[in-house]
Design a protein around this ligand. Structure first.
Ligand SMILES: Nc1nc2c(c(=O)[nH]1)N[C@H]1C(S)=C(S)[C@@H](COP(=O)(O)O)O[C@H]1N2
Ligand SMILES: [Mo]
Length: 323
């Protein structure tokens, strides 16, 4: 978001999914053999049995009544090649080219702060903890582009119940992976790393807030926040932290990376709001990725169209002040 670009990525950067998968497999092999000088894993990675989830990227899902109806899903290749994941670089195509280096197994999520007891969960246990739902949501970036994505996960509230926060916990904070070995963006962009985001507890408990493990019926591609992220569809995309390693419950509003960077532009709440224009981008309209340019521009909706479900969370609040 520091680099304020409206232009779409050149079509030369968009690789068909199959080609991309082949390339990624090749690159992984090359990395394991040290061809790219990234070494470290050695040959054992090539012969070690692959873990269930990695070997079969398909996820079994149940449909969800919380899915949007009547939206055209954005093509997979757009959703996986036009990304904001600043740890992997600032250009929209950078995460596709860099994020495959991130190791998503083993992976644990640590829970602490105002909880009964500190806990740690392994990613595969989290994945199996509740039935995985397919939830089609509109996804709205503050840069005024949007997508429609069939995510896979279960409500964040399920995870919070497992975490057992104390009644004094009023906020939840998400801290994400900060790995200098695989994330060139950590040196390129002056954000307050690790990436931090947060929600008020009642927002986090809302059934629409999704703990997300996959999309398009498969595990999340790394550039979309593997192995686990949140998706908060009524808020701007930057609230939806990717590649979470640490969840903390707090009494006070936690600091967040973009708010630290530019508090006058990126508020803590950051509900989609066509009437609040704090950023360089007008929020009145959005450009739907994957549509031809003459159809792409659409009016933006309050709470990204989820107002019927979430507006009561903000009853009595001045949303121009708490933007
Ligand atoms: N860790 C981390 N999470 C992040 C970001 C990031 O840079 N780092 N970018 C955010 C922004 S600005 C957006 S719009 C969404 C993009 O998600 P997508 O690439 O899966 O569409 O991720 C959000 N989560
Ligand atoms: Mo964003």
């Amino acid at each position: 978001m520091l680099i304020k670009k409206a232009a779409d990525i050149p079509s030369s950067e968009i690789t068909p999914q199959s080609a991309y998968l082949n390339r990624r497999t090749f690159m992984r092999g090359a990395a394991a053999m040290g061809i790219l000088g990234l070494g470290g894993d050695g040959i054992s990675k090539l012969v070690a049995p692959r873990r269930t989830v990695a070997a079969d990227s398909k996820l079994t899902t149940v449909p969800s009544p919380l899915s949007d109806k009547g939206e055209t899903v954005t093509p997979f290749q757009d959703v996986t090649s036009y990304n904001n994941f600043y740890e992997f670089g600032v250009e929209k195509g950078d995460p596709l080219h860099n994020a495959w280096r991130m190791k998503t197994r083993p992976w644990t999520v640590t829970v602490d702060g105002l909880v009964k007891a500190k806990k740690t969960a392994g990613i595969d246990d989290l994945l199996k903890y509740r039935p995985l739902e397919e939830r089609i949501y509109r996804h709205r970036c503050v840069e005024a582009w949007s997508m429609v994505i069939p995510w896979v996960g279960y409500s964040l509230s399920e995870f919070i119940n497992w975490a057992e926060p104390l009644p004094s916990a009023k906020y939840i904070q998400f801290l994400t992976l900060e790995d200098t070995k695989t994330m060139p963006g950590l040196y390129q962009i002056n954000l307050n790393w690790p990436y931090s985001e947060g929600l008020r507890m009642d927002e986090a408990m809302h059934p629409l807030a999704l703990l997300t493990f996959g999309m398009y019926g498969q595990v999340l591609p790394n550039q979309d926040g593997a192995p686990v992220r949140v998706v908060v569809p009524w808020k701007y995309g930057f609230k939806s932290a990717k590649s979470i390693v640490h969840v903390r419950f707090t009494a006070k509003q936690p600091h967040t990376a973009w708010n630290d960077e530019a508090p006058q532009e990126y508020g803590f709440y950051s509900n989609v709001n066509p009437d609040v224009d704090r950023t360089p981008w007008s929020q009145k309209t959005e450009r739907r990725i994957g549509l031809p340019f003459w159809k792409a521009t659409q009016p933006s909706q309050m709470f990204n169209g989820y107002g019927d479900q979430v507006a009561q969370l903000y009853a009595g609040m001045d949303l121009k002040k708490f933007f």
